[in-house]
Design a protein around this ligand. Structure first.
Ligand SMILES: C[S@@+](CC[C@H](N)C(=O)[O-])C[C@H]1O[C@@H](n2cnc3c(N)ncnc32)[C@H](O)[C@@H]1O
Ligand SMILES: [Zn+2]
Length: 251
């Protein structure tokens, strides 16, 4: 499957590959490719709040998989059930562009991506992206971009499935994030993810804040207006959400 050319996150002009860089003919910015990861952030300025989040996840990347398993279990959702639910949706997404927003280490979702789909892992933390890359072979059906979710370098109507596992618990501006998802999702595209409704008392993942089902419902209203329907399933204190075209069958 051919991956779409990225757009400049600053001026939205199409980018052209030139050796180890992606060049914008609109505003002249040059984005580096570092060990296969396209870096859309280093040439742009980042707010201090985002730098702090990025540093936190850079420093947690090596231990992150253990931390997330612990958190899921402490939220009273057995890890096996958690990963099986993710596998059920992702593994049936065939010949599609799957975009993971705040992909982190891509664990466990990376192992469920069908070979005939393309996986695009997006994250602000280069260390988390490094862990993600290590899950896939060099010639695999996956790409990784270092981005800020509020400035997605993707064309309109390009993604078939957007994923967001616990990312909404961290993203600073959820309204803008939803606007971006609305923009990049195809008309029949889907959004699937999880939120933590509460957090464990001894929360290891400091930047996370809880989100209620009502907050999520309000947030996703703009997306539902495009004729989609929201399905949710609660496992312990984790809410799975799946927004899909209204005609699709319930899970
Ligand atoms: C709680 S982790 C979730 C990681 C992964 N989705 C999972 O299932 O474990 C949140 C991720 O969002 C990333 N992140 C935070 N703010 C971001 C932003 N503004 N743009 C892109 N990624 C961001 C963090 O670096 C981190 O990897
Ligand atoms: Zn540009």
């Amino acid at each position: 499957m051919q991956l779409l050319a990225p757009e400049c996150p600053r001026c939205r002009e199409k980018l052209r590959r030139n050796g180890e860089t992606l060049n914008c003919s609109g505003c002249g910015i040059i984005y580096p490719l570092n060990s296969g990861v396209a870096d859309f952030l280093t040439p742009l300025s980042l707010a201090q709040e985002l730098i702090d989040i990025c540093d936190y996840f850079d420093n947690s990347a090596v231990n992150y998989d253990n931390m997330i398993v612990t958190m899921v279990e402490e939220l009273k959702c057995p890890w096996r059930e958690y990963s099986e639910l993710i596998e059920r949706v992702v593994a049936e997404t065939r010949k599609k562009l799957i975009v993971n927003l705040g992909c982190g280490t891509s664990f466990p979702v990376g192992s469920f991506i069908p070979l005939d789909s393309h996986y695009l892992g997006l994250d602000i933390s280069s260390e988390m992206l490094k862990q993600s890359c290590s899950l896939f072979d060099d010639d695999s059906n996956a790409s990784f971009w270092r981005i800020d979710v509020e400035r997605l370098p993707l064309p309109d109507n390009s993604a078939d499935l957007c994923l967001a596992f616990f990312s909404f618990n961290v993203f600073i501006n959820l309204e803008e994030t939803i606007r971006q998802i609305n923009r990049v999702l195809k008309a029949d595209g889907e959004l699937f993810g999880t939120i933590a409704l509460t957090l464990p008392q001894e929360n290891l993942l400091k930047p996370l804040g809880p989100i209620s089902a009502q907050q999520l419902d309000v947030l996703l209203r703009g997306l539902k207006d495009r004729g989609s329907e929201l399905f949710t399933e609660r496992k312990g204190n984790i809410l799975f959400f799946h927004l899909k075209p209204a005609t699709a069958k319930a899970p």
